[in-house]
Design a protein around this ligand. Structure first.
Ligand code: PLP
Length: 413
């Protein structure tokens, strides 16, 4: 969707050079068409499956983006009441909300029950007891899934693996079996589902296949001892092609192996995609403030920092970076931000086409855990977000003000 026309970078039919003249950089820019294309891709892969898609709001929580998803029939996977409130603000259907997360507070559980979410994905036995007792005090009976930790290798970055022994997420099959009488005895929760989420940015189908086999066997076991498991929540995890020289997600194997396995199971499914929906549909636009040459290095010092996009600093992630106007020639550079941390960089020893001070760069594939993980570190305001639709564009988040950063700090005068 990003492409050069006469050496100028476009998103859909909008020239990025026009964007930087109208809006303030750094800023995030999103393509409505790419989000919709990604939605349609998933709909095509799962066309024969009884499935509800629930967008993982942690990945990108902007109201205008959530609205696009809710308009396309998506429910929502939440990990906080804040995310539930966002989804409700855009008129999202709470009966399609799944509440995951390992440390849900009493307030959050009560709020979610009172707003009739579809189910809680229970991540520990104490949490099951807490949800049961809050449901009891409210005179309610609530649907729950046990989030299973299937102990599979998901071949992704260690920090985003969530379905392996030793991770804090989910309950092991052994612990579920050991605690089954206790779970059965909780009268105000109905265990009618199993959930998994084995990690993020997974590019192979096999880890999903292995994990779903574990879920299938556990479902049989629970059915045999009297549970009525009618739903399996497959979580998220489908990865995107950050590095275009490497393979994209292996949908062919997914269709050959995983889809038939799903078809063989007599349940409804939920999928909680996040990164796959918005990841490649957004980019971070930044300006080169200075070019500094030191030792054998050329540093492009940009106005975006790790507080705006933290994935490179946090996970050593890779993102393609393009100039918005392509000039002749190439240079090898480190692209770094203004934050006072050596980990504040976006690329090291990267070959890009020649740029000069004042030029703009676009960091691609920034729409997954990009704006949503940004912070005020170094007292920097959260930046603008812009949505492109065909040849039009509009602001979907204003730049935060300094006053709003400090508004909750009490007077020291
Ligand atoms: C429970 C749950 N579901 C879905 C997701 C979305 O994952 P992804 O963005 O990899 O699709 C996450 C992300 O960590 C998650 O924790």
């Amino acid at each position: 969707m990003f492409q050069y026309k006469n050496n100028e970078l476009y998103l859909e039919d909008v020239c990025i050079n026009d964007i930087v003249k109208k809006y303030e950089s750094p800023c995030y820019i999103y393509s409505k068409k790419m989000i919709e294309d990604n939605i349609n891709k998933l709909k095509e892969v799962f066309e024969d499956i009884n499935i509800v898609f629930a967008f993982a709001a942690k990945v990108e929580g902007n109201l205008s983006i959530l609205k696009i998803l809710s308009d396309n029939g998506f429910g929502c996977d939440i990990v906080s009441v804040g995310e539930l409130k966002r989804y409700m603000k855009v008129g999202g259907d709470t009966s399609k909300v799944m509440f995951s997360g390992v440390s849900k507070s009493e307030y959050e559980i009560e709020f979610a029950i009172n707003h009739n979410i579809h189910m809680f994905n229970i991540e520990s036995i104490p949490e099951a007891k807490r949800i049961n007792s809050i449901a009891k005090s409210l005179g309610k009976n609530v649907k729950c899934a046990i989030r299973v930790n299937p102990d599979v290798e998901s071949s992704t970055i260690d920090k985003i693996t969530t379905g392996k022994r030793g991770n804090k997420f989910g309950i092991s099959v052994d612990a579920i079996k050991e605690n089954i009488d206790l779970l059965k005895g909780l009268e105000n929760i109905r265990i009618e589902a199993l959930a998994m989420h084995i990690g993020s940015q997974i590019l192979k189908a096999e880890p999903f296949y292995e994990a779903i086999k574990v879920m299938s066997e556990l479902k049989e076991h629970l059915t045999n001892i009297g549970f009525n498991i009618d739903t399996i929540d497959l979580g998220g995890g489908i990865g995107i092609q950050y590095d275009k020289s490497k393979d994209a997600f292996d949908f062919d194997t997914y269709k050959q192996k995983v889809i038939p396995l799903l078809k063989s199971m007599d349940v409804k499914f939920i999928l909680e995609p996040g990164r796959f929906i918005t990841g490649n549909a957004s980019a971070l636009i930044m300006k080169i403030e200075y070019i500094k040459k030191e030792w054998d290095k050329t540093f492009l010092l940009t106005n975006a920092g790790m507080n705006d996009y933290i994935r490179v600093a946090m996970y050593d992630a890779y993102n393609d970076i393009l100039p918005i106007i392509k000039h002749d020639g190439q240079m090898i550079v480190d692209i770094v931000g203004p934050i006072c941390e050596s980990s504040d960089y976006f690329a090291k020893d990267r070959m890009i086409s020649t740029v000069t001070e004042g030029d703009f760069l676009v960091l691609l594939d920034a729409g997954g855990y990009g704006a949503s993980m940004s912070s005020n570190y170094n007292t920097r305001e959260l930046i603008e977000q812009i949505l492109v639709d065909g040849d039009s564009h509009r602001l979907i988040r204003k730049k935060q003000s300094f006053d709003s950063i400090i508004e909750n700090e009490l007077s020291c005068l």
